[in-house]
Write a protein that binds this ligand. Sequence first.
Ligand SMILES: Cc1cc2nc3c(=O)[nH]c(=O)nc-3n(C[C@H](O)[C@H](O)[C@H](O)COP(=O)(O)OP(=O)(O)OC[C@H]3O[C@@H](n4cnc5c(N)ncnc54)[C@H](O)[C@@H]3O)c2cc1C
Length: 487
Amino acid sequence: MTTDPSAADRAGAPGAFDVVVVGAGVVGAAIARDLAGHRLSVALVEARDDVGDGTSKANTAILHTGFDAKPGTLESRLVRRGYELLSGYAAETGIPVERVGALLVAWTDEELDALPGLRDKAAENGCTRCEIVSADEVYRQVPDLGPGALGGLTVPDESIICTWTTTLALATDARARGARVLLGHRVTGVTEGPDATVLHTTRGDVAGRWIVNAAGLGADVLDRMLGYDRFTVTPRRGELFVYDKLARPLVDRIVLPVPSSRGKGVLVSPTIYGNVMLGPTAEDLDDRTATGTSEDGFAFLLDKGRKLMPKLLEEEVTATYAGLRAAIDRGDYLIEADADRRYLLVGGIRSTGLTAGMAIAEHVHGLLAGAGLALEPRADLPAPPRMPNIGEAFTRPYQDADLIARDPEYGRVVCFCERVTAGEIRDALASPLPPAGLDGLRRRTRAMNGRCQGFFCGAEVAARLAAGAPPCASAGRPAAETKEDAR
Ligand SMILES: Cc1cc2nc3c(=O)[nH]c(=O)nc-3n(C[C@H](O)[C@H](O)[C@H](O)COP(=O)(O)OP(=O)(O)OC[C@H]3O[C@@H](n4cnc5c(N)ncnc54)[C@H](O)[C@@H]3O)c2cc1C
């Protein structure tokens, strides 16, 4: 904690936000959205130039039922509730979700013996439709599974979702409700004052009467800046392969291993964009920036894939990526409010935060209210945003004749692998939270996400990004929020 007297002076000044949420991943965005639905001034402060650019952009994108969570934990409760909340919100906003279901496969006698316990645990977690099935039924459901499966457990409600659209929808909603989204503001120090806490960021100070720490992999660092010493984040890397769309007929549901104490294990799953995914690995690292893939990770995945589904290995890999789970040394979420310091920590949201994000926000709401924050709902809430569909199972603009007739830009394909149109790129550039670079544009449209990885369309997509939104498309849109907007 710094003791800069001028900052401490400002900490008592009236220019502070009521609440500053640090971290614009899925969790911070969900919290900011919830709080901004009340008569409060809210800021969402993010180190990177885009929302959802940390762990929330690189996961397996499964909307978990929570069937395998440890009953009685906060995580199990919030995953279950998050599943309900996000399913409803996705329907409202157009976040693509496919309820493909999962099949958990036992490969050893020990795993087979574990199935009844897992079914009972699932029932305790509210998943009462799970059924133990024979090896024959396993192969009927997934004919291309490798040899040696002994039985399985069905999890009918497990779903796949677009993780990119989820964070973007929540952050867009938060912004529409009046929250300031302050990108490129890395918090590097903290000064506490009598009425507010000043966060010193790489783009100037941001003061809040209440601070919510949703900084993911950086949550322990910020917690220490605030004078606590209660946990350490260990980045647990998960590497994944994305197979070409031609592999999609091999896998119509999520195929899971029996989970172990190390996590959920390596799965094969369809993706919401029409590909197939294999992964993730689980490797504890020291480096919180190590999101690159590795030779060892690839060898491990190839070995697993060969046993799980040999035919999949004959297919082409379109892309590989890795994400870092914010693992901590306890088996549950660490969410604690300190009423005296007007501070709330959201830590250890390791491998279920995409699903649980909205329920974490609801829980945080309750804790803040209990700690003394007045939460009076606003009467004039804007409607939730309607997000562009980038899911393969739903109508895309290039398929929509009426839309193209109204606006021919939706008929002009720019990215042929993923069939992304000029209209979609234009809309993304003109959206309330426009992309800061090519990767952000990819997450909003799928442009350059296909088998050529931008070889054909990269130059045109880059030119369109550089040209920015056409003036008419961005008219009326407030300028990008920067330090100058921060009070
Ligand atoms: C391989 C893998 C697979 C997974 N699969 C699933 C899944 O299938 N389903 C599921 O529900 N969950 C899954 N998860 C977990 C899920 O992705 C995470 O729990 C979730 O994304 C965490 O969101 P977050 O907002 O807490 O963190 P993040 O998305 O990392 O956001 C934290 C943000 O805080 C910012 N920040 C950090 N420090 C500072 C600072 N000092 N100042 C300002 N900003 C700061 C970061 O830049 C970052 O943007 C998976 C995770 C991994 C890695």
